[in-house]
Design a protein around this ligand. Structure first.
Ligand code: NAP
Length: 311
């Protein structure tokens, strides 16, 4: 058996195609496009690639995106001042501060910055008010990764209600909101983490297994009930040749990418899971594209809500 691959690129394109005309309608009615302020601190290459991708994707659907790039030497006070400025801005409906922030800003910098973003502009859904609304199932701005997973499942006709779902990972940005969204769609949800006893046995109970761990190929076939839907949120860069050779067969796409680039992006799910799962999100091309598409959708929603159009 070989798992059906859930095509995140196709679903992300669908969402973008739905967002674009709504952005055009907003722009005509309000006289300006929905606006997104993106803050990037420091020169982390991966963050730089993510921010460029977000700016380009926004432009493609007609959203104004302004990337504010700040040196890693900036003080926390200066960063907070920039967030305040974006909070006050009339032309920015959404604010996104790219994570991770440089460690020099201090351990609690992300929390302080995310807490300062106005909840109405919080397109990542990180603000405690939006998290509280999510808990109560009345959120309108939920982080792009977990809400993108739901779009991918629903648009791929994977049933959620009545299923057993297991989420491995309990981070505030992925694992917890993911579990809540599944719960609100009537799955029976278990959240696992690094202290979970006999993790493979718990995971094997799942009809829908979500891996948000950050460990390459951690979820092997021993974790997967035959026929289950497996969602791989992990994005891990593997540059070690022997690890790549252990994971990917000769002649496979993974080996080919490694030979060309010297590294390969792998998820948290081992490639062998494709032999057991009923459906599987590939990495790359699964959840990743949805994250950006949902950011665009959230920016539009924030703009409409600020204009008093949506609940
Ligand atoms: P995180 O904050 O590091 O959280 C990882 C979670 O995995 C924690 O809850 C941790 O448990 C759990 N964990 C770690 N080792 C484990 C183990 N051996 N057994 C069981 N659980 C274990 O990471 P994150 O921000 O949630 O991100 C998770 C992954 O998703 C990363 O690969 C990240 O790059 C990726 N990601 C992808 C997207 C996308 O667009 N596709 C977006 C965001 C993140 P404890 O809580 O007990 O430590």
């Amino acid at each position: 058996m070989s798992a059906r691959l859930l095509d995140g690129i196709a679903v992300a394109n669908q969402i973008r195609a739905e967002v674009a005309p709504a952005v055009a309608a907003f722009t005509t009615r309000v006289g300006r496009p929905p606006g997104l302020g993106i803050v990037l601190v420091g020169d982390d290459p991966a963050s730089d690639i993510y921010v460029r991708g977000k700016v380009k994707a926004a432009a493609e659907v007609g959203i104004r995106a302004d990337a504010e790039r700040l040196p890693a030497t900036i003080s926390l006070a200066q960063l907070l001042e920039l967030v305040e400025r974006l909070n006050r801005s009339d032309v920015h409906d959404g604010i996104l501060v790219q994570s991770p922030l440089p460690p020099a800003l201090g351990d609690d910098a992300e929390r302080r910055v995310f807490d300062l973003v106005h909840p109405d502009k919080d397109v990542d859904g990180f603000h405690p008010i939006n998290v509280g609304r999510l808990v109560q199932n009345r959120a309108t701005l939920v982080g792009g990764t977990p809400s993108g997973v739901i779009e991918l499942l629903e648009r791929s006709n994977i049933p959620i209600a009545g299923t057993r779902a297991v989420v491995i990972g309990r981070s505030d940005i992925v694992g917890k909101p993911m579990a809540l969204l599944l719960l609100h769609r009537h799955a029976t949800v278990t959240i696992c983490h690094s202290r979970t006893a006999d993790l493979p046995a718990v995971a094997r109970d799942a009809d829908i297994l979500v891996a948000a761990i950050g460990r390459p190929a951690f979820v092997t076939r021993a974790f997967v009930k035959p026929g289950a839907t497996v969602v791989d949120i992990g994005i891990n860069r593997l540059a070690d040749q022997s690890a790549v050779e252990r994971l990917f067969a000769p002649g496979s796409k993974g080996r080919d990418t490694f030979a060309r680039r010297g590294s390969v992006t792998v998820g948290d799910v081992h490639p062998e899971v494709a032999e057991v799962a009923g459906a599987l999100t590939p990495v790359p091309g699964g959840v990743g594209p949805l994250t950006i598409a949902m950011l665009l959708k959230n920016t539009l929603r924030a703009a409409e809500q600020r204009a008093g159009w949506a609940g």
